[in-house]
Ligand binder design. Structure first.
Ligand code: HEC
Ligand code: HEC
Length: 197
């Protein structure tokens, strides 16, 4: 088999990916799409979006940033309506809002943020009765994001990622009952992750 033919066979087997074996292996480790969720903004909550949505990953659209906001660090309950605000190295500010499955993302089009990035998440707040309040709660990352646009490269519950710092979350242990997040709406096309991804 010529090298050229081999490359064609490998990419056909993977359906996407650039033939970079390290990227392809990492992508494959995240498994197949759920049959009930079409590939799109509601798929793969908690997974590292930019791993696939990059030149190396081969999925379109190309994304600069992407991730998922969860209610707390141990549940699999996504948070809708959280604003993820990114401050870049040249003073530009980018805001993304999480959708009904907690996903947010920035497509690679037009102006792109210049790394390193500072980031804060403005979480919606609910009163104990479950009513949405006017105020937001701010959680900021103390360190900078130097390179990786996939928040889930670090913010993951996957046991294999020893350097994982856990989900991006809104409630700490003391706030779980005072700020109750609603279940995912029936109408939402996404499905929350079921295990420590
Ligand atoms: C394991 C790889 C992988 C991961 C992780 C991944 N995606 Fe995708 N995504 C794809 C593929 C494949 C498609 C289908 C388009 C294609 O084949 O190029 C797609 C499609 C999309 C689309 C385009 C839908 C359309 O109609 O054009 C959006 C938006 C999207 N994904 C957002 C995300 C977000 C946000 C995340 C992270 C929470 C994410 N994806 C994680 C592989 C991935
Ligand atoms: C390179 C690894 C890495 C990446 C990528 C990363 N983070 Fe973080 N993040 C951390 C670490 C480590 C902490 C805990 C220490 C700190 O705040 O710096 C953290 C903390 C946070 C916190 C504060 C949590 C708290 O205790 O209140 C938020 C919010 C956050 N990150 C959001 C994000 C978002 C949004 C993204 C993607 C745009 C992202 N992070 C990407 C490593 C990362």
């Amino acid at each position: 088999m010529t090298p050229h033919r081999f490359a064609l066979a490998a990419s056909a087997a993977l359906a996407f990916g650039c033939g970079n074996p390290i990227a392809d292996n990492q992508i494959e480790a995240w498994g197949d799409e759920l049959p009930e969720v079409p590939p799109g903004e509601h798929h793969r909550p908690g997974q590292p979006c930019v791993l696939c949505h990059s030149v190396a990953g081969g999925a379109s659209p190309e994304l600069v940033l992407g991730g998922t906001v969860f209610a707390d660090q141990r549940s699999f309950l996504p948070v809708e309506g959280a604003e993820v605000v990114v401050y870049d190295a040249v003073g530009d500010v980018y805001t993304m809002t999480s959708n009904c499955i907690g996903n947010f993302y920035l497509p690679n089009e037009g102006l792109a943020p210049q790394f390193p990035l500072a980031v804060e998440v403005r979480c919606p707040k609910y009163d104990a009765a479950g009513n949405l309040m006017e105020t937001k709660k701010i959680r900021s990352m103390n360190s900078w994001i130097s390179r990786d646009g996939s928040c889930a490269t670090c913010h993951s519950l996957r046991g294999t990622q020893n350097d994982s710092t856990g989900w991006i979350f809104c409630n700490d242990e003391t706030e779980i009952t005072s700020n109750p997040y609603p279940e995912v709406a029936e109408s939402c096309p996404g499905v929350p992750p079921a295990e420590a991804e």
